[in-house]
Write a new protein. Structure first.
Length: 218
């Protein structure tokens, strides 16, 4: 089975399971979506969604967030982990967006990645889901699945992103990014699929050997 055949199996199965995948993070606008994505680093989306209503009630714009005391932000987002760094980054990126970008979240990779706490993956999520620019954010789930399904080498997330962009059509990137995350969380977890008995449906399909053709009767 070549890589194109493997990719087709993956797309078909994910489209069947998640025909209309929804963004898992709750937000009010582009700015609050950015904050939610920053908070989601090394934290479950469900936990972020539990925390952000209180934060966004106090500040749903960069101007409002920049005025909040760092310790106030930290006290609210503490359950998300890494609260000291995240609170400082959220306050500082809010100030920069207010002063440098007129209160609007920038819509280029370069500008987004210049903000505190915003790496390439976070910028890719914003570009794809907030601005509709083709991108393929790679998180731990996607990186793991791509290597497990032999769609990428698994050497680095950079290599995985590059490989997936080559394999899958650009118009599929938006859905696939979300579908892969959902599938990794629900079916193909890090500790599963180690043996034939514990394989998820997709691992089983991708591991199956193609049927050999029966010789024609003479």
């Amino acid at each position: 089975m070549n890589i194109k055949q493997r990719a087709k199996i993956v797309m078909d199965e994910l489209d069947r399971l998640y025909p209309n995948p929804k963004i898992p993070l709750d937000s009010k606008n582009t700015f609050t979506f950015l904050v939610a994505v920053v908070l989601s680093a090394q934290c479950k989306d469900s936990r972020v969604n539990e925390v952000t209503p209180e934060l966004f009630k106090l500040a749903s714009t960069p101007q409002e967030m920049a005025k909040l005391d760092t310790e106030k932000i930290r006290s609210i987002i503490r359950p998300c982990g890494l609260s000291e760094a995240k609170s400082k980054n959220i306050k500082e990126l809010s100030r920069i967006i207010t002063e440098k970008y007129g209160g609007k979240v920038p819509n280029t990779f370069e500008d987004l990645e210049s903000l505190p706490g915003v790496g390439h993956k976070t910028a890719s999520v914003l570009m794809l889901q907030a601005f509709g620019t083709p991108a393929f954010p790679v998180d731990t789930h996607i990186h793991r699945l791509a290597a497990r399904w032999k769609l990428a080498s698994g050497k680095s997330v950079v290599d995985t992103e590059r490989s997936l962009k080559k394999i899958f059509p650009k118009e599929k990137w938006y859905n696939l990014h979300l579908q892969l995350i959902y599938y990794g969380r629900e079916y193909c977890k890090a500790h599963t699929c180690k043996t034939p008995e514990t394989m998820c449906p997709l691992c089983r399909k991708l591991a199956a050997k193609p049927r050999s053709k029966k010789p024609e009767d003479k």
